[in-house]
Design a protein around this ligand. Sequence first.
Ligand SMILES: Cc1cc2nc3c(=O)[nH]c(=O)nc-3n(C[C@H](O)[C@H](O)[C@H](O)COP(=O)(O)O)c2cc1C
Length: 321
Amino acid sequence: MRDFIRPLKIGAVECPSNLILAPMAGITDAPFRILCREGGAGLVCAEMVSANALKVESQKSLKMLRVNAGERPLSMQIFGGDAQTIALAAKLAQQSGADIIDINAGCPVKKVNKAGAGCVLMKEPAKLGQIIAAAVTSVSVPVTLKTRISLTRGEVLGPLLCRIAQDSGAAAVTIHARAAADVHSGPPDLKALEDCCKAVSIPIIGNGGIVDAKSARAAFETGCAGIMIGRAAVGNPFIFSQLAGCAPAGARDKIILFRRLVEENVKLYGQRTGINRSKKTVGYWVRGFENAAALRESLVRAQSLAEVISILSEVCNPKSL
Ligand SMILES: Cc1cc2nc3c(=O)[nH]c(=O)nc-3n(C[C@H](O)[C@H](O)[C@H](O)COP(=O)(O)O)c2cc1C
């Protein structure tokens, strides 16, 4: 086990390790979260859910709050620009079984920003503080914040946001160490991340560009209590145990796991939606295969679970699938 791996405590929640799956819309649903817990994640985060949509009882959004066996500890992320609506959404998420409620103040997507949520909250620290405090008051589980290092590259905003979060009662802050303007590209600003860690006593979770043991170690060297992995986990839920020191997963192991993902998606969403959801990330799963492009192509064309299984069986020993 690598020396940077330890248990992580967020409020009263004990996470078995400090390696965390990032929330990713359209990706970190229950089937994928379960695979990542099995793959060594100490905490998994659900995709963001609109507090406004929960308030009007959108069935689609309420369904996103469903918790399944094998995925806890689980953090559920909500987004919104109104403190009362956030308080209501946080309560619903807790009632659904969330162990931690996370507030999104880093998303640069227009639809989210139009609702006064995501990274626009970084421009209004006082309002952000009220939103966090409203959530903290409405639930008994820990409330955390996920935000960015800054709005534009070079700006110094992270430490202020961390202090606001701490003063408003947040139990931890995740810092995506890229500016909102950079979306998901460019290297993380580790110096700025270190400044965030020094600014507060609550745990800081570092995020951005962590793909292997070297980048994980560099993030931990800033003083982070935990690290959060996003895209490097897609198609490779074993990344968490690899970061802890286990051998990398082989292409065949990935195929076996991809089959499970498709089966779980079909069980949860029905055949058509389940297959379509699985197709979104198929490119990540077949990466590393000699015939990856052809394999991806045939999986994207598949219409039923039986078809997917048959294609996957051809690339692996059918007996072991
Ligand atoms: C497809 C996709 C969806 C995402 N959805 C969310 C989300 O719902 N909430 C959130 O806070 N961040 C979201 N993010 C950002 C990730 O949580 C993470 O901060 C970002 O990918 C940087 O980490 P990485 O470099 O390890 O991928 C998303 C990123 C991607 C690529």
